[in-house]
Design a protein around this ligand. Structure first.
Ligand SMILES: [Zn+2]
Ligand SMILES: [Zn+2]
Length: 446
């Protein structure tokens, strides 16, 4: 059983909010003893602390890992304050946001470019931006690709859509049995719009897609593109299954970029694409439960570490993007329950500077994001953790039975190329025999 049961997850949550003073509950589901009385000491601590506890909610009872004398058990597991993908149920009134890319257009191992996965308690999942390098972060979450079929692009810089091809093709190969749906803005001319970009991306993939015909389930190799008006003012661009998504313009590079608002179940989530601080974000993001907004590298770091000239650093860092001081000012206006900053290289020697600069203009709740940061959002609290992922991850199973491809769709090699094959029939026949025997198939070599 891979999943932590809901009740056990609640114990875990309780232990984390109350357990910092030394008493922590065990959380292993098989060890739960529902009949045993609730331990007295943590209750008392809960009352003393008086923070983060929910009125009327009692913790599930579980065996203690610390005995009455305060001695740690040598055999019971201790809670861990991280998110292990694919091990926690999402409550019906809960959202989870995972940062799958928080970095810059220039690739680095630690931070992919902009990408955010929003999961709702009704089962809906949305990807906002799919910047360069982010597809592997999405893969690390082990979510079946059939559930990752909706992508919203804030604009067409590669650090915001550069891994769309990886999600499109890799996802289809690994179980997305339906088209990939993509929403993105128009622009001043058709050639700068999302539809043009993705029509041409599809064309650029002609060799890739042609060569896959007749080999695997064909249903995922289609892009379903919706281009919406970039000038829409909080205009609805998506409305399904109780979820409404709106867009409004951003000010960045050229006309075209946008930001998004998601409304669901009384929650308001805002994803801001790249922008100079703008009046529409100040208006439409107001009061968000969670508001993401870009916060660019501080200008001195752009010069010292990124080797920009002072002229370029000032122009890019304050006029094309949002400087940390300006990010803080925006958040002071909209007052979200949680402000999330991204779009800077977050290192030991840049984080303090970003934080100090934001704090000159904003003193509210703040997350300086990094890849794999996770936010669980309920009406009562916003819990922030890091995901710990398995680098050896394999794709999760397809959610539906794969459709067998039409092998007649295979495009043959030319006689010249085909004629270059070494004779491997004898070498490969045992593989066919093994698989035909195990799966009852009757496959033969070409
Ligand atoms: Zn951009
Ligand atoms: Zn960007």
């Amino acid at each position: 059983m891979a999943r932590i049961k809901r009740a056990a997850a609640k114990v875990l949550m309780f232990a984390i909010v109350t357990g910092i003073s030394g008493t922590i509950f065990g959380c292993t589901p098989v060890e739960r003893e529902p009949e045993s009385p609730a331990p007295a000491e943590p209750q008392a601590k809960q009352e003393q602390n008086g923070e983060n506890t929910k009125v009327g909610e009692q913790p599930d009872q579980a065996p203690q890992e610390v005995d009455a004398a305060g001695t740690y058990s040598p055999v019971k597991a201790r809670d861990r304050d991280f998110y292990a993908p694919n091990t926690e149920d999402l409550g019906p009134n809960e959202m989870r946001l995972i940062a799958c890319g928080t970095g810059m257009p220039t690739a680095r191992p630690k931070q992919a470019a902009s990408c955010w996965l929003l999961e709702l308690g009704n089962g809906e999942k949305f990807i906002f931006d799919i910047g360069t390098g982010s597809a592997e972060r999405v893969a690390a979450l082990q979510i079946p690709y059939n559930y990752l079929d909706k992508v919203f692009l804030s604009h067409l810089h590669t650090d915001h859509f550069g891994d769309l091809d990886a999600l499109f093709v890799g996802g289809a190969l690994a179980g997305r049995q339906k088209p990939l749906r993509v929403w993105g803005p128009s622009a001043e001319t058709p050639e700068r719009g999302t539809k043009y970009a993705l029509d041409h991306l599809r064309k650029a993939l002609t060799w890739d897609l042609d060569g896959r015909q007749g080999l695997t389930d064909p249903r995922g190799y289609h892009l379903d593109v919706t281009e919406f008006d970039y000038m829409g003012m909080n205009a609805v661009i998506y409305q399904e299954n109780g979820v409404t998504i709106r867009s409004f313009p951003a000010i960045h590079s050229l006309d075209g970029p946008v930001s998004f608002v998601v409304e669901w179940n009384g929650f308001k989530f805002v994803f801001g694409g790249d922008t100079y601080p703008n009046k529409w974000y100040a208006k439409y993001a107001k009061g968000a439960d969670l508001a993401i907004h870009e916060c660019f590298i501080a200008v001195p770091d752009m010069i010292d570490k990124f080797k920009f000239t002072p002229q370029s650093a000032l122009a890019v860092g304050t006029q094309i993007h949002t400087a940390p001081e300006a990010f803080g000012k925006v958040m002071s206006i909209i007052k979200p329950r949680m402000a999330v900053a991204y779009h800077f290289f977050k290192d030991f020697d840049t984080t303090a500077s970003i934080n100090d600069r934001i704090r000159t203009t904003y003193d509210g709740p703040l997350s300086l994001s990094i890849d794999y940061m996770v936010w669980n959002i309920t009406k009562d609290e916003i819990r922030v953790r890091m995901a710990i992922v398995d680098e050896d991850v394999w794709p999760p199973p397809a959610t539906e039975k794969p459709q067998l491809p039409d092998q007649s769709k295979r495009i043959p090699y030319s006689p010249e190329i085909s004629g270059g094959k070494l004779d491997m029939k004898k070498v490969l026949q045992p593989v066919y025999d093994e698989i035909n025997k195990q799966y009852g198939t009757h496959e033969t070599q070409e």
